[in-house]
Design a protein around this ligand. Structure first.
Ligand code: ATP
Ligand code: MG
Length: 425
């Protein structure tokens, strides 16, 4: 016997019993985004490797060790997207969407990172990304945070998420801070993890983002970026926090929050939960004005966030389980050649007349008893039965499957009218 082929480690199938939960969350998110005036953009899954190197930063976890990079048949270096911000901005610059105009955009789809798979951390995972271009002031930062706060309320999990906020200042302010960090961390070189020692020379801010417990203990005593902020950065951050307070959005300021990508400046934020163990960040984002020029555009303003959908679904499963969704509303049972032909016609007629009602037509023959078992298992409210007697009269026996109501007989042409009040159509 040949061995069965399994899925790639860290890449999951989303099975039919899970898809209703996914679909419900996806629909609700899309609806809220649209209500805030955000438009969907659909982007390629594969981009040139250079795009990610230039945007995310050479000295980041993603670019150093997590990208799925390969040479295609032309010898070009391509990468499965590890995130969506770079591709979204690339598309907007390429199609002139940032010429003298603002944009509110979102995208949804799989991302790929070669990380160690564990709970809440996969090699293929879904993200919802939201990006806004063209606003300098903190009002758009506030809008994105308010939008994400609404997600949690609408999905019924706002009790389980808290907002952490920070400002990373300008590039010049970070440069000063960098020197202070190098001075501080150099004292602890022998206790830092290997990545952090390396980053001490290349990108010391990244050390603040280390997941290594020993390093985290040292990070706790590190100097604070806020001491190096100028007036403009302070004012931006203050306006942001004041507006959040006016909207009753609770937050804590975490001066160590730097995010794992190089392109951020000024605002950064994360929505975290204690319900999911170590992988507690469900949604994260910030401002990345400098990235536009880095990718060849003119000065522009950009803010965005990305949400991990598996983590969101895990949180929903724990705190707001989706109602179970039946696979069928009505199940059509039949025996005999003539009955089968009528059953087909009836099923199609119901699909024409009641498009939102799920009609399952029994296929594959079998006894009445067997067909009833399938009808029951399908979750349908009603069985529609056409036996030889009913077929001869162009009738249907209609049997409620979930109530004690009696079975009754209807003309086939009346079934749609009879059913419609039960399904609010
Ligand atoms: P983490 O700190 O958990 O590694 P990150 O800083 O690498 O996250 P981002 O690049 O900001 O994450 O991605 C935004 C969100 O996408 C994360 O907050 C998380 O919810 C989700 N995410 C990131 N990496 C993974 C992964 N490997 N598997 C599942 N979800 C992920
Ligand atoms: Mg990561």
């Amino acid at each position: 016997m040949t061995t069965a082929i399994k899925a790639i480690r860290g890449m999951h199938d989303i099975l039919p019993e899970q898809t209703p939960h996914w679909q419900l969350a996806e629909q609700q998110l899309a609806h809220m985004l649209s209500a805030y005036g955000y438009q969907e953009i659909r982007l390629p899954i594969v981009e040139k490797t250079e795009l990610f190197k230039r945007s995310i930063g050479e000295v980041t976890d993603i670019v150093e060790k997590e990208m799925y990079t390969f040479e295609d048949r032309n010898g070009d270096s391509l990468t499965l997207r590890p995130e969506g911000t770079a591709g979204c901005l690339r598309a907007c610059l390429e199609h002139g969407l940032l010429h003298n105009q603002t944009q509110r955009l979102w995208y949804y789809g799989p991302m790929f990172r070669h990380e160690r798979p564990q709970k809440g951390r996969y090699r293929q995972f879904y993200q919802l990304g939201v990006e806004a271009y063209g606003w300098a002031g903190p009002d758009i930062d506030v809008e994105l945070i308010a939008l994400s706060a609404r997600f949690w309320r609408q999905l019924g999990i706002d009790q389980h998420l808290r907002l952490e906020l920070n400002t990373l200042g300008t590039a010049e302010e970070r440069l000063q801070y960098r020197a202070a960090l190098v001075r501080y961390f150099s004292q602890y070189q022998d206790r830092l993890d290997a990545d952090s020692v390396r980053r001490l020379a290349s990108n010391p801010l990244r050390i603040l983002d280390s997941k290594h417990p020993d390093t985290q203990a040292i990070v706790a005593g590190a100097p604070n970026l806020h001491e190096h902020l100028g007036d403009a950065s302070r004012a931006h951050f203050q306006a942001l926090t004041e507006q959040l307070e006016a909207l009753n959005i609770a937050y804590t300021i975490n001066p160590r929050l730097v995010r794992g990508l190089d392109y951020y400046g000024l605002t950064v934020f994360e929505w975290m939960t204690d319900s999911l163990g170590a992988q507690g960040t469900v949604c994260a984002g910030g401002r990345y004005d400098s990235l536009v020029q880095q990718l060849g555009g003119k000065t522009q303003h950009a803010v965005g966030f990305a949400m991990g959908i598996e983590r969101l679904l895990a949180l929903l499963a724990e705190h707001a389980p989706a109602p179970s969704v039946a696979n069928a509303d009505v199940y059509v049972i039949h025996t005999g050649k003539m009955a089968e032909r009528q059953a087909w016609r009836l099923a199609e007629q119901l699909r024409d007349r009641l498009p939102s009602v799920k009609v399952l037509l029994h296929l594959g023959g079998g006894s009445f008893k067997n067909q009833f078992k399938k009808a029951d298992k399908s979750g349908a409210q009603f069985a529609l039965i056409i036996g030889e007697d009913e077929a001869a009269q162009q009738q249907v026996a209609l049997k409620p499957l979930r109530t004690e109501q009696a079975q009754q007989t209807l003309a086939q042409d009346q079934v749609a009218d009879w059913l419609s009040p039960f399904f609010h159509v």
